[in-house]
Design a protein around this ligand. Structure first.
Ligand SMILES: O=C[C@H](O)COP(=O)(O)O
Length: 253
């Protein structure tokens, strides 16, 4: 049996989910299926997160209440800002509501100002679209560098700090999430937070929301400020929300 609190939290997590398909072999048919899944029996997800080539198609398929998020400079986080500008302009023209930008994380050690300027340049053309800065914390290795990434992205005007691409060995972790949330709190607690990569269970997802509540306050994780980036957690969240058997055959929470 699912207890009422868990079911309620699972529904809240679904409303904060960026339902993701960034598989290398993703097709238009896969995106169409994702758009159908996004309208769940427990309510709509917050957004779908897909490759830029599918933004126009997804915008036509989805109801306006679900956002279309896409990725730029993804997944390697290169330094070619002009190329990222072109990608971003096209995604916004195609109807993207949210842009997930991989920062040039390799530049942080010698030139954090480069990352700040990169984020500011992309933010300037986003208009009403939200800009989520992907820090790729699993490649930053130490706390000081993660904090430097947060500060550069915040100074550049990012609307969200996002942990990871989901494409490297180490993705979202509670340790990296804590650092991002502390920097967000220090900066006033208005910037959003998106843990992403490797989030598979209700417990993983809810752990991040609880951390956000602890560090930034109980009112912080509204859908405008808290998202989960995940390709593989929806089935578990739905099972908990509906009191059904969890995927994998385990008893419900
Ligand atoms: O941005 C979101 C991530 O790419 C999702 O990663 P995941 O496939 O491990 O859930």
């Amino acid at each position: 049996m699912t207890d009422a609190t868990s079911a309620q939290r699972a529904r809240a997590l679904i409303a904060r989910l960026d339902l993701t398909n960034l598989a290398e072999d993703c097709t238009e048919a896969d995106v169409a299926a994702l758009c159908v899944r996004a309208e769940t029996a427990a309510g709509p997800v917050a957004a779908i997160c897909i490759w830029p080539d599918f933004v126009g198609f997804a915008r036509r398929e989805l109801s306006a209440r679900i956002k279309v998020a896409t990725v730029v400079n993804f997944p390697l986080g290169g330094s070619d800002v002009e190329a990222t500008l072109i990608e971003t302009r096209r995604a916004i023209a195609d109807g993207a509501d949210e842009i997930d930008l991989v920062i040039a994380y390799d530049r942080l050690a010698d030139d954090p100002g480069f990352v700040e300027a990169q984020v500011r340049t992309i933010r300037a053309i986003c208009g009403h679209a939200r800009l989520k800065a992907i820090l790729e914390t699993g490649k930053l290795y130490d706390e000081a560098t993660i904090r430097s990434a947060c500060r550069a992205a915040l100074a550049g005007g990012a609307d969200f700090l996002k942990t990871s691409t989901g494409k490297v060995e180490v993705n979202a972790t509670p340790g990296s999430a804590k650092i991002l949330l502390e920097e967000i709190a220090k900066a006033g607690g208005t910037v959003g937070f998106k843990p992403a990569g490797g989030i598979k269970t209700f417990e993983d997802a809810d752990g991040y929301m609880r951390l956000a509540e602890t560090i930034c306050g109980l009112d912080y994780p509204a859908p405008e400020r808290f998202r989960l980036g995940a390709s593989g957690v929806l089935a578990d969240l739905l099972a908990i929300a509906q009191g059904a058997e969890r995927p994998g055959g385990g008893a419900s929470y």
